[in-house]
Design a protein around this ligand. Structure first.
Ligand SMILES: [Zn+2]
Length: 110
């Protein structure tokens, strides 16, 4: 899962480096407002944590897909079996990411 916000100056996405899984957890770590500097237009702004949005991490999804494929080929070449588990692994990781982002985005702080 990756956390990001949109820059008010240029509209580009700014990724927030945090491994908080929920919004309350993020508040505990960084407070209610986060100072973020845009790397495109160099504007510094205070962003409310309700404006921080979670999305599935592309790196994790791609890693899961590659790992699943490698595992599938390995099982096929070594044991001559086709394992649905190896192909199910990326799906499970994708579902887990989707669930985490949904949980994060649904919870707003008032
Ligand atoms: Zn900007």
């Amino acid at each position: 899962m990756q956390l990001y916000t949109t820059c008010q100056g240029c509209g580009k996405h700014i990724v927030l480096k945090s491994n908080a899984v929920t919004r309350p957890e993020l508040r505990k770590r960084v407070g209610e407002y986060v100072e973020i500097a845009c790397s495109h237009c160099f504007i510094k702004e205070q962003v409310h944590i309700n404006d921080i949005i979670a999305r599935p991490s592309g790196v994790i999804l791609w890693s899961a897909m590659i790992l699943g494929l490698v595992l599938a080929f390995y099982l096929w070449w070594t044991f001559n079996i086709f394992s649905l588990i190896s192909l199910g692994l990326p799906f499970l990781i994708w579902r887990n990411q989707a669930k985490k982002t949904h949980t994060f985005n649904d919870y707003k702080i008032y």
